[in-house]
Ligand binder design. Structure first.
Ligand code: AMP
Ligand code: TRP
Length: 330
């Protein structure tokens, strides 16, 4: 089974990214042929600092490797190293409706806070579709906020296939039942996010243990006293989900375990579990981040492998669309 996912090299990665997406990438390496891509081209669609982008990219590469991505068992690469992504984006543009793109909630949210709304942020989902479709992807592990983008990818693939003949595999999203939407600890009605969240409510993968404990101790809960997953208990429900994923157990079992416990003790228990969970990642991260040449080497090897697959897809796409010479190759 072919698995593909992409992750942006902007902002420090937080516990939501880690639980909703990164743990899935690592687990799915065992389930099939996993391809994991750092999508730096996507990051250029909003205002950014070029030097910072490169440094963020190394940060993220080191976090992913520290989390357990194994370049021997998966294809791990940087999007901009494989030119076919940009080429396929353009070729898919003619099979994407303008109206579809205007309806994307991520576009609406992001463009609302940008002074300059680029054409790039508008066509962002088409580049994402290209990422996925280039590799004959069957499953796309993502968090809940990417649901709409996956639907668009499926629609574009189906539309292309019916216009030009069967070319693309129509992919499916893999969204975990628990942990696909980790909420801000200070504002549990909103998802944890580097750009839209609160500083105290966002737990970073590379945060110091003391900072993590402090954030969990001050997590916002509710005026009740029951540790139970419920719609009107957003804060407690979020903490239960975090702990369930980290311990590899169910929310139901945790509700039993913590029945009668106070909120303070429960928050501390979750904080301590997160510290233990992230400590080894942070340690490996620090070692890996120190050697940028080594990180470049890993990404270059991955890009070579990715190009091999992408080039084959592009030959079929060009042929189907009547672009380029009739014979294979460019
Ligand atoms: P990004 O950093 O936007 O590239 O997101 C990387 C991955 O993390 C995507 O699969 C997102 O769906 C996922 N993600 C982002 N925020 C959260 C969150 N608060 N909870 C769970 N997953 C998330
Ligand atoms: N849009 C995704 C996000 O913001 C990142 C992404 C880009 C992606 N290309 C992808 C995710 C392909 C899955 C598959 O998180």
């Amino acid at each position: 089974m072919r698995i593909f996912s992409g992750i942006q090299p902007t902002g420090r990665k937080h516990l939501g990214n880690y639980i909703g997406a990164i743990t899935q990438y690592v687990a799915l390496q065992e389930a099939g042929e996993a391809i994991i891509c750092i999508v730096d081209l996507h990051a250029t669609t909003v205002a950014y600092d070029p030097a910072r982008l490169r440094s963020d990219l190394y940060d993220l590469a080191a976090v992913l490797l520290a989390a357990g991505l194994d370049p021997e068992r998966c294809i791990f690469f940087r999007q901009s190293d494989v030119l076919e992504h940009a080429e396929l984006q353009w070729l898919l543009m003619g099979s994407t409706a303008y109206g579809e793109l205007t309806r994307m909630t991520q576009f609406k949210d992001k463009s609302a806070v940008q002074e300059f709304i680029s054409a790039g942020i508008f066509s962002y989902p088409v580049l994402m579709a290209a990422d996925i479709l280039l590799y004959g992807t069957e499953r796309v592990p993502v968090g809940d906020d990417q649901r709409q983008h996956i639907e668009l990818t499926r629609d574009v693939a189906q539309r292309f296939n019916s216009r030009f003949g069967e070319t693309f595999v129509v992919p499916e999203g893999v969204i975990p039942e628990v942990g696909a939407r980790i909420m801000d600890l200070q504002n549990p009605e909103k998802k944890m996010s580097t750009t839209g969240g609160t500083p105290q409510g966002t737990v970073y993968v590379t945060d110091e243990p003391a900072a993590i404990i402090k954030k969990f101790k001050s997590a916002v809960t509710d005026s009740g006293r029951e540790i139970r997953h419920a719609d009107d208990k957003a804060g407690i429900s979020n903490l239960l989900e975090i702990l369930a994923v980290i311990r590899g157990t169910t929310v139901g079992r945790l509700e039993e375990e913590f029945a009668g416990a106070g909120y303070g003790d429960f928050k501390l228990a979750v904080g301590e579990a997160v510290v233990d969970y992230l400590a080894p990642v942070r340690e490996r991260y620090t070692q890996l981040r120190a050697d940028e040449d080594e990180l470049e080497q890993v990404l270059a090897t991955g890009a070579d492998k990715a190009r091999g697959v992408a080039a084959q897809t592009m030959t079929r796409v060009r042929r189907a669309m009547g672009v380029g010479p009739a014979r294979a190759g460019r």
